[in-house]
Design a protein around this ligand. Structure first.
Ligand code: TTP
Ligand code: MG
Length: 361
Protein backbone atom coordinates (compact mmCIF):
# COMPACT_ATOMS: atom_id res chain seq x y z
CA UNK A 1 0.00 0.00 0.00
CA UNK A 2 1.14 3.53 -0.80
CA UNK A 3 1.04 5.53 2.48
CA UNK A 4 1.82 8.85 0.81
CA UNK A 5 -1.81 10.09 0.66
CA UNK A 6 -2.33 9.09 4.32
CA UNK A 7 0.84 10.95 5.32
CA UNK A 8 -0.21 14.05 3.37
CA UNK A 9 -3.70 14.06 4.94
CA UNK A 10 -2.34 13.61 8.46
CA UNK A 11 0.30 16.31 8.13
CA UNK A 12 -2.30 18.70 6.67
CA UNK A 13 -4.41 18.16 9.78
CA UNK A 14 -1.44 18.97 12.01
CA UNK A 15 -0.61 22.02 9.91
CA UNK A 16 -4.19 23.28 10.36
CA UNK A 17 -4.07 22.51 14.09
CA UNK A 18 -0.89 24.52 14.54
CA UNK A 19 -2.25 27.36 12.47
CA UNK A 20 -5.25 27.49 14.81
CA UNK A 21 -2.83 27.42 17.75
CA UNK A 22 -0.79 30.24 16.17
CA UNK A 23 2.47 28.32 15.87
CA UNK A 24 3.91 29.83 12.68
CA UNK A 25 7.23 27.97 12.77
CA UNK A 26 5.54 24.64 13.08
CA UNK A 27 3.07 25.58 10.32
CA UNK A 28 6.01 26.45 8.13
CA UNK A 29 7.70 23.11 8.85
CA UNK A 30 4.56 21.19 7.87
CA UNK A 31 4.10 23.38 4.78
CA UNK A 32 7.66 22.59 3.70
CA UNK A 33 7.33 18.83 4.04
CA UNK A 34 3.90 18.85 2.40
CA UNK A 35 5.30 20.72 -0.56
CA UNK A 36 8.06 18.16 -0.90
CA UNK A 37 5.66 15.24 -0.52
CA UNK A 38 3.25 16.60 -3.09
CA UNK A 39 6.11 16.88 -5.58
CA UNK A 40 7.60 13.48 -4.62
CA UNK A 41 7.07 11.19 -7.61
CA UNK A 42 7.46 7.79 -5.93
CA UNK A 43 5.08 5.86 -3.65
CA UNK A 44 5.90 5.33 0.04
CA UNK A 45 5.20 1.68 0.78
CA UNK A 46 7.82 0.94 3.42
CA UNK A 47 10.10 2.66 5.93
CA UNK A 48 12.90 2.49 3.41
CA UNK A 49 10.84 4.45 0.90
CA UNK A 50 10.31 7.40 3.24
CA UNK A 51 12.17 10.16 1.41
CA UNK A 52 14.74 12.37 3.08
CA UNK A 53 13.91 15.99 2.41
CA UNK A 54 16.26 18.84 3.04
CA UNK A 55 15.09 20.95 5.97
CA UNK A 56 12.65 18.35 7.32
CA UNK A 57 13.38 17.49 10.93
CA UNK A 58 13.43 14.33 12.97
CA UNK A 59 9.99 14.91 14.53
CA UNK A 60 8.17 14.94 11.24
CA UNK A 61 10.19 11.97 10.01
CA UNK A 62 9.02 9.99 13.07
CA UNK A 63 5.42 10.87 12.25
CA UNK A 64 5.83 9.52 8.73
CA UNK A 65 7.34 6.33 10.19
CA UNK A 66 4.40 5.94 12.58
CA UNK A 67 2.01 6.05 9.62
CA UNK A 68 3.97 3.49 7.61
CA UNK A 69 4.18 1.19 10.65
CA UNK A 70 0.63 1.52 12.00
CA UNK A 71 -1.39 2.95 9.09
CA UNK A 72 -2.38 6.01 11.14
CA UNK A 73 -1.01 8.95 13.08
CA UNK A 74 -2.35 9.28 16.58
CA UNK A 75 -1.61 12.99 16.88
CA UNK A 76 -3.66 13.68 13.74
CA UNK A 77 -6.58 11.55 14.98
CA UNK A 78 -6.54 13.47 18.25
CA UNK A 79 -6.31 16.82 16.47
CA UNK A 80 -9.31 15.94 14.31
CA UNK A 81 -11.32 15.08 17.40
CA UNK A 82 -10.21 18.15 19.40
CA UNK A 83 -10.29 20.73 16.66
CA UNK A 84 -13.30 21.03 14.37
CA UNK A 85 -11.01 22.36 11.69
CA UNK A 86 -13.70 23.17 9.15
CA UNK A 87 -15.62 25.31 11.64
CA UNK A 88 -12.40 27.05 12.70
CA UNK A 89 -11.60 27.85 9.08
CA UNK A 90 -15.18 29.01 8.43
CA UNK A 91 -15.30 31.39 11.41
CA UNK A 92 -11.71 32.53 10.83
CA UNK A 93 -12.74 33.48 7.29
CA UNK A 94 -15.31 36.00 8.54
CA UNK A 95 -13.99 39.55 8.30
CA UNK A 96 -12.84 40.74 11.72
CA UNK A 97 -12.72 37.28 13.32
CA UNK A 98 -9.20 36.04 14.06
CA UNK A 99 -8.02 32.61 15.22
CA UNK A 100 -8.63 33.32 18.91
CA UNK A 101 -12.24 34.39 18.45
CA UNK A 102 -12.84 31.53 16.00
CA UNK A 103 -11.60 29.12 18.63
CA UNK A 104 -13.85 30.68 21.28
CA UNK A 105 -16.89 30.25 19.01
CA UNK A 106 -16.00 26.65 18.26
CA UNK A 107 -15.50 25.92 21.95
CA UNK A 108 -19.04 27.22 22.53
CA UNK A 109 -20.19 24.39 20.28
CA UNK A 110 -20.93 26.55 17.22
CA UNK A 111 -20.17 24.94 13.87
CA UNK A 112 -22.03 26.75 11.09
CA UNK A 113 -22.91 30.31 10.08
CA UNK A 114 -26.50 29.58 11.06
CA UNK A 115 -25.33 28.46 14.53
CA UNK A 116 -23.44 31.72 14.86
CA UNK A 117 -26.31 33.87 13.57
CA UNK A 118 -28.78 32.23 15.96
CA UNK A 119 -26.40 32.58 18.91
CA UNK A 120 -25.75 36.21 18.02
CA UNK A 121 -29.46 36.87 18.00
CA UNK A 122 -29.60 35.70 21.61
CA UNK A 123 -26.30 37.26 22.68
CA UNK A 124 -25.73 40.45 20.66
CA UNK A 125 -22.46 41.15 22.49
CA UNK A 126 -20.88 37.93 21.18
CA UNK A 127 -19.33 39.86 18.26
CA UNK A 128 -18.26 43.46 17.98
CA UNK A 129 -19.73 45.71 15.29
CA UNK A 130 -17.14 44.99 12.59
CA UNK A 131 -17.37 41.26 13.14
CA UNK A 132 -21.14 41.56 12.86
CA UNK A 133 -20.69 43.36 9.55
CA UNK A 134 -18.30 40.60 8.45
CA UNK A 135 -20.93 37.98 9.30
CA UNK A 136 -23.75 39.96 7.72
CA UNK A 137 -21.86 40.33 4.43
CA UNK A 138 -20.06 36.98 4.62
CA UNK A 139 -21.62 35.32 1.57
CA UNK A 140 -20.84 38.32 -0.65
CA UNK A 141 -17.35 38.94 0.66
CA UNK A 142 -16.07 35.41 0.08
CA UNK A 143 -16.78 35.76 -3.64
CA UNK A 144 -14.10 37.11 -5.93
CA UNK A 145 -14.83 40.12 -8.09
CA UNK A 146 -14.78 39.60 -11.88
CA UNK A 147 -12.43 41.90 -13.79
CA UNK A 148 -15.30 43.51 -15.73
CA UNK A 149 -16.87 44.54 -12.44
CA UNK A 150 -13.50 45.87 -11.21
CA UNK A 151 -13.49 48.16 -14.28
CA UNK A 152 -16.87 49.52 -13.24
CA UNK A 153 -15.53 50.26 -9.73
CA UNK A 154 -12.62 52.05 -11.38
CA UNK A 155 -14.89 54.21 -13.55
CA UNK A 156 -17.18 55.12 -10.68
CA UNK A 157 -14.30 55.96 -8.33
CA UNK A 158 -12.44 57.98 -10.97
CA UNK A 159 -15.55 60.08 -11.37
CA UNK A 160 -15.63 60.94 -7.67
CA UNK A 161 -11.98 60.97 -6.54
CA UNK A 162 -10.88 64.40 -7.88
CA UNK A 163 -7.24 63.33 -7.39
CA UNK A 164 -5.27 60.79 -9.48
CA UNK A 165 -6.06 57.27 -8.33
CA UNK A 166 -4.99 53.76 -9.22
CA UNK A 167 -6.61 50.44 -8.41
CA UNK A 168 -3.67 48.31 -7.38
CA UNK A 169 -3.44 44.73 -6.02
CA UNK A 170 -4.39 41.81 -8.23
CA UNK A 171 -6.36 44.09 -10.59
CA UNK A 172 -3.25 46.01 -11.60
CA UNK A 173 -1.49 42.67 -12.12
CA UNK A 174 -4.17 41.88 -14.68
CA UNK A 175 -5.94 39.17 -12.67
CA UNK A 176 -9.24 37.91 -14.02
CA UNK A 177 -10.77 38.16 -10.54
CA UNK A 178 -9.88 40.15 -7.44
CA UNK A 179 -10.54 39.59 -3.76
CA UNK A 180 -11.10 43.28 -3.06
CA UNK A 181 -10.71 46.76 -4.52
CA UNK A 182 -7.39 48.27 -3.37
CA UNK A 183 -7.16 51.95 -4.24
CA UNK A 184 -4.31 54.42 -3.96
CA UNK A 185 -5.25 58.11 -3.95
CA UNK A 186 -2.32 60.33 -4.91
CA UNK A 187 -2.31 63.69 -3.18
CA UNK A 188 0.18 66.59 -3.38
CA UNK A 189 3.26 66.22 -1.17
CA UNK A 190 2.61 69.70 0.17
CA UNK A 191 -0.66 68.63 1.80
CA UNK A 192 -0.54 68.37 5.58
CA UNK A 193 -1.82 65.23 7.30
CA UNK A 194 -4.94 67.20 8.27
CA UNK A 195 -5.57 68.21 4.64
CA UNK A 196 -5.15 64.59 3.55
CA UNK A 197 -7.55 63.41 6.25
CA UNK A 198 -10.08 66.08 5.37
CA UNK A 199 -9.95 65.02 1.72
CA UNK A 200 -10.36 61.33 2.62
CA UNK A 201 -13.34 62.02 4.84
CA UNK A 202 -15.04 64.10 2.16
CA UNK A 203 -14.32 61.45 -0.43
CA UNK A 204 -15.83 58.73 1.74
CA UNK A 205 -18.87 60.90 2.43
CA UNK A 206 -19.29 61.41 -1.33
CA UNK A 207 -19.13 57.64 -1.85
CA UNK A 208 -21.82 57.19 0.79
CA UNK A 209 -23.99 59.84 -0.80
CA UNK A 210 -23.56 58.15 -4.17
CA UNK A 211 -24.96 54.99 -2.55
CA UNK A 212 -21.65 53.17 -3.22
CA UNK A 213 -20.09 52.92 0.25
CA UNK A 214 -22.42 50.84 2.34
CA UNK A 215 -20.48 50.24 5.54
CA UNK A 216 -17.33 51.94 6.81
CA UNK A 217 -15.23 49.42 8.73
CA UNK A 218 -12.44 51.84 9.58
CA UNK A 219 -11.72 55.44 8.71
CA UNK A 220 -8.45 56.99 9.80
CA UNK A 221 -6.38 59.92 8.58
CA UNK A 222 -4.85 58.06 5.66
CA UNK A 223 -6.84 54.93 5.24
CA UNK A 224 -10.41 53.85 4.84
CA UNK A 225 -11.63 50.27 4.80
CA UNK A 226 -15.19 49.63 3.84
CA UNK A 227 -17.84 47.57 2.16
CA UNK A 228 -19.26 48.96 -1.06
CA UNK A 229 -21.64 47.99 -3.82
CA UNK A 230 -21.98 49.21 -7.38
CA UNK A 231 -25.42 50.69 -8.09
CA UNK A 232 -26.59 47.91 -10.39
CA UNK A 233 -24.81 45.08 -8.58
CA UNK A 234 -26.26 42.80 -6.00
CA UNK A 235 -22.94 41.90 -4.35
CA UNK A 236 -21.18 43.87 -1.65
CA UNK A 237 -17.39 44.12 -1.98
CA UNK A 238 -14.46 44.98 0.26
CA UNK A 239 -12.81 48.27 -0.66
CA UNK A 240 -9.65 49.87 0.77
CA UNK A 241 -8.56 53.45 0.12
CA UNK A 242 -5.15 54.75 0.96
CA UNK A 243 -3.96 58.35 0.78
CA UNK A 244 -0.42 58.53 -0.57
CA UNK A 245 1.60 61.73 -0.99
CA UNK A 246 3.24 62.13 -4.38
CA UNK A 247 6.78 61.59 -3.09
CA UNK A 248 5.80 58.17 -1.67
CA UNK A 249 3.64 57.15 -4.57
CA UNK A 250 6.19 55.01 -6.44
CA UNK A 251 6.99 52.93 -3.34
CA UNK A 252 3.28 52.58 -2.52
CA UNK A 253 2.42 51.57 -6.09
CA UNK A 254 5.15 48.92 -6.06
CA UNK A 255 4.15 47.55 -2.67
CA UNK A 256 0.38 47.45 -3.16
CA UNK A 257 0.63 46.02 -6.67
CA UNK A 258 2.27 42.96 -5.16
CA UNK A 259 2.10 40.11 -5.41
CA UNK A 260 3.07 39.52 -1.81
CA UNK A 261 5.56 36.87 -2.94
CA UNK A 262 7.06 39.27 -5.44
CA UNK A 263 7.35 41.88 -2.69
CA UNK A 264 9.25 39.46 -0.47
CA UNK A 265 11.75 38.75 -3.24
CA UNK A 266 12.01 42.43 -4.09
CA UNK A 267 12.63 43.53 -0.50
CA UNK A 268 15.22 40.80 -0.11
CA UNK A 269 17.03 42.10 -3.16
CA UNK A 270 16.88 45.67 -1.81
CA UNK A 271 18.37 44.42 1.45
CA UNK A 272 21.25 42.82 -0.41
CA UNK A 273 21.89 46.20 -1.99
CA UNK A 274 21.84 47.86 1.44
CA UNK A 275 18.31 49.26 1.61
CA UNK A 276 15.11 48.55 3.44
CA UNK A 277 11.96 49.14 1.50
CA UNK A 278 8.37 49.56 2.62
CA UNK A 279 5.18 51.00 1.19
CA UNK A 280 6.36 54.55 1.92
CA UNK A 281 10.07 54.83 1.46
CA UNK A 282 13.42 53.22 0.73
CA UNK A 283 15.94 53.71 3.54
CA UNK A 284 19.71 53.10 3.39
CA UNK A 285 21.24 50.73 5.92
CA UNK A 286 24.56 51.76 7.42
CA UNK A 287 26.56 53.96 5.07
CA UNK A 288 24.78 53.13 1.80
CA UNK A 289 24.10 56.40 -0.06
CA UNK A 290 20.62 57.94 0.25
CA UNK A 291 18.41 56.97 -2.69
CA UNK A 292 17.24 59.68 -5.11
CA UNK A 293 13.57 60.70 -5.19
CA UNK A 294 11.53 58.03 -6.98
CA UNK A 295 8.89 59.31 -9.38
CA UNK A 296 7.98 55.98 -10.94
CA UNK A 297 8.31 52.27 -10.23
CA UNK A 298 10.87 52.14 -13.04
CA UNK A 299 13.06 54.53 -11.02
CA UNK A 300 13.08 52.03 -8.14
CA UNK A 301 13.94 49.04 -10.33
CA UNK A 302 16.69 51.04 -12.02
CA UNK A 303 18.16 52.22 -8.74
CA UNK A 304 18.41 48.59 -7.57
CA UNK A 305 19.93 47.53 -10.94
CA UNK A 306 16.93 45.41 -11.79
CA UNK A 307 15.14 44.99 -15.08
CA UNK A 308 11.62 46.37 -14.90
CA UNK A 309 8.96 43.70 -14.38
CA UNK A 310 5.50 44.42 -15.79
CA UNK A 311 2.75 44.18 -13.16
CA UNK A 312 1.23 41.17 -14.94
CA UNK A 313 4.52 39.29 -14.45
CA UNK A 314 4.79 40.04 -10.75
CA UNK A 315 3.61 36.66 -9.64
CA UNK A 316 5.16 34.37 -7.09
CA UNK A 317 8.93 34.68 -6.61
CA UNK A 318 9.24 31.12 -7.80
CA UNK A 319 6.68 28.44 -7.57
CA UNK A 320 8.44 25.80 -5.54
CA UNK A 321 11.73 24.75 -4.08
CA UNK A 322 13.73 25.61 -1.01
CA UNK A 323 14.50 29.12 0.01
CA UNK A 324 18.05 28.90 -1.23
CA UNK A 325 17.84 26.87 -4.35
CA UNK A 326 15.40 27.19 -7.22
CA UNK A 327 15.89 29.76 -9.95
CA UNK A 328 13.06 32.16 -10.65
CA UNK A 329 10.19 31.61 -12.97
CA UNK A 330 9.11 34.30 -15.42
CA UNK A 331 8.52 36.62 -12.51
CA UNK A 332 11.97 36.29 -11.04
CA UNK A 333 13.83 39.50 -10.51
CA UNK A 334 16.60 39.85 -12.99
CA UNK A 335 19.60 41.92 -12.18
CA UNK A 336 20.57 44.29 -14.95
CA UNK A 337 24.26 44.17 -14.20
CA UNK A 338 24.87 40.55 -13.31
CA UNK A 339 24.35 38.93 -16.73
CA UNK A 340 20.74 38.12 -16.06
CA UNK A 341 21.21 35.97 -12.99
CA UNK A 342 17.80 35.30 -11.51
CA UNK A 343 17.58 36.68 -8.02
CA UNK A 344 14.32 35.29 -6.84
CA UNK A 345 14.25 33.79 -3.40
CA UNK A 346 12.37 30.77 -4.60
CA UNK A 347 9.92 31.05 -1.74
CA UNK A 348 6.78 29.04 -2.11
CA UNK A 349 3.44 30.69 -1.34
CA UNK A 350 2.73 27.98 1.21
CA UNK A 351 5.56 28.98 3.52
CA UNK A 352 4.64 32.63 3.52
CA UNK A 353 2.76 33.76 6.58
CA UNK A 354 0.49 36.50 5.33
CA UNK A 355 -0.02 39.43 7.60
CA UNK A 356 -3.64 39.48 8.66
CA UNK A 357 -5.81 41.52 6.40
CA UNK A 358 -7.94 42.89 9.19
CA UNK A 359 -6.50 46.01 10.74
CA UNK A 360 -8.36 48.06 13.27
CA UNK A 361 -7.25 51.62 13.69
P1 TTP B 1 -4.31 42.07 -1.14
O1 TTP B 1 -5.52 42.83 -1.53
O2 TTP B 1 -4.37 41.24 0.08
O3 TTP B 1 -3.81 41.10 -2.30
P2 TTP B 1 -4.10 41.07 -3.85
O4 TTP B 1 -4.82 42.30 -4.30
O5 TTP B 1 -2.80 40.78 -4.51
O6 TTP B 1 -5.02 39.81 -4.03
P3 TTP B 1 -6.62 39.71 -3.93
O7 TTP B 1 -7.15 39.64 -5.32
O8 TTP B 1 -6.86 38.43 -3.20
O9 TTP B 1 -7.12 40.91 -3.17
O10 TTP B 1 -3.10 43.06 -0.94
C1 TTP B 1 -2.73 44.00 -1.95
C2 TTP B 1 -1.24 44.02 -2.10
O11 TTP B 1 -0.60 44.47 -0.90
C3 TTP B 1 -0.61 42.67 -2.38
O12 TTP B 1 -0.73 42.31 -3.73
C4 TTP B 1 0.80 42.93 -1.97
C5 TTP B 1 0.64 43.81 -0.75
N1 TTP B 1 0.65 42.94 0.44
C6 TTP B 1 1.86 42.42 0.88
O13 TTP B 1 2.91 42.70 0.31
N2 TTP B 1 1.86 41.59 1.96
C7 TTP B 1 0.71 41.22 2.58
O14 TTP B 1 0.77 40.45 3.54
C8 TTP B 1 -0.54 41.75 2.11
C9 TTP B 1 -1.85 41.37 2.76
C10 TTP B 1 -0.52 42.60 1.04
MG1 MG C 1 -6.56 42.96 -3.33
Amino acid sequence: MDYKPVIIDALRVLEARDRADKKPFSVRAYATVLRHLEAHPAPIRSLAEIPVFQGVGEKIKKKMEEIVETGRLEAAEKAKADYPLEALALFGGIYGIGPVKARELVEMGLRTLTDLRVELHMRPDLLHEKQKAGLFYYEDLVERIPREEMREHELLLQGIAQVPMTIVGSYRRGAETSGDVDVLLRVPSAWTAAEGASYLHKFVRALETAGYMEYVLALGEKKCMGIARLPAQNKARRVDFLITPEHEYACALLYFTGSDMFNVAFRQHALQKGYTLNEHIMTPIGDAPAPPPFHTEQDIFRFLSLQYVEPSKRVEGAISGDAQSRPAGAAGLVSVCSTNTPLSLGISKRVLIKRPKVVYP
